[in-house]
Design a protein around this ligand. Sequence first.
Ligand code: NAP
Length: 461
Amino acid sequence: MNTNSSNIMALAPNTSNKRETVCIFGTGDFGRALGHKMIQSGYPVVYGSRSTQMSNLIPKDAEVLSHAEAAQKAAIIIVAIQRQHYNFLTPLAEILHGKVVVDISNNLKLNQYPESNAEYLAQLLPGAKVVKAFNTVSAWALQSGTLDASRQVFVCGDYMEAKQMVMNIVRALGLTPLDQGSLLAAQEIENYPLQLFPMWKFPIFLSFGLAAFFFFYCLALDVIYTYIYENNNFSFFIAITIPNRVCPVMALILLALVYLPGVLAAIIQLYRGTKYRRFPDWLDKWMLCRKQLGLIALAFASLHVLFTLVSPLRSFVRWRTSKGIISQALNNKTEPLDNANAWLSDSYLALGILGFFLFVLLGITSLPSVSNNVNWREFRFVQSKLGYLTLILCTAHTLVYGGKWFLSPSAYKWYLPNIYMLSLVVPCTVLVVKFVLVFPCVDKPLTQIRQGWERTPKYSE
Ligand code: NAP
């Protein structure tokens, strides 16, 4: 009997479908969009505004009153007004006493004020139960219904039941509330919308720096050197030839940089004999941006494929081919097929195609929609085993392409190695160290350490 009645009680709020009135201060973009969505979800909405005149932009089922009148009609007041105007709330402190006041504001700069906007609001209204919410949802997304990318609503506040009331509204709007704890979390939540691709900063700066370095390196060796010593003007190399040298080099180095922190971490753990000590900060940060490094590497690899595919259309390539044919015709001599060369060129292309195919596969599995559908073991298999296979294929592709010139003095203009030789340093290092790490005498202690074994336990029984 008891169980039945409690079930009926639990169901009661949902079956009645009656929602409490919500008051929104401010009839600006966000206030209107949120009001619209709330009315659609069955909430009666009353606006508190400086002007009580209805305009056709305001949802027609909503009421517009003065701030004081509107606040008296609801237990929850959402303040959809910029922080710099908050002092208009001070005279309303008494009316807002005991009410749930929701701060949705954002700033223009990171840590713009000493305290968060929500804490400032709580100082202005000491009797109110201030909750931070909705600041990561945009007015445009609310209005257009394109909330897929921003369905999560971060909520924080010092009053549990006030937070619950706000989270119920969030759920009723079809969004997902994420409780972030007390009002102290508001500063961090306010900083979220201001962050500009935080995980991409280091990979992008690194890629730009390396790409610029390799571009000028090629410019010096392929254009300036040939102009000075061979009197050839190959300045047009800047458009396709040099980018098509820089892109594969960047793709290979960045792919190797995805796997380098993993082998460094293994060496550190072996050296320390424990996994319970933190890695240096730079290594932690590097590990966290491996996905971004990999995706930039894939972008460079794709550009390399495109540049290579347009090669036959280039006037320089057509000129060089016809020059070769004409010289054979003039000499009345057909050059025999060099079987070794044919093997080299076909293997080089095959390795490149396979490497690129796996590269794309790695990129696809890193997409959240795909990675969410594979279990941890499958994800690790693709990212680690197939990742290393991709690195091996791409390194082999480069080695087969330029391996024969390693010992040729003409490959060292100004005593500098060619760019593809430089590109092999990091991937070869990673592969050699990884090869050593898979030896059973190294792999066994490393696996033990990763399962919690310590060479000199800190806490012995
Ligand atoms: P808005 O279009 O500029 O509207 C703000 C409203 O504040 C005005 O329409 C006005 O409403 C009221 N107001 C202006 N000056 C005032 C004053 N001196 N005293 C009292 N009320 C005043 O701004 P919004 O884009 O709606 O943004 C409102 C808040 O939501 C901001 O804190 C913003 O950071 C936050 N937010 C906005 C978005 C978004 O996508 N727009 C997303 C997340 C969070 P009345 O004329 O009715 O009084």
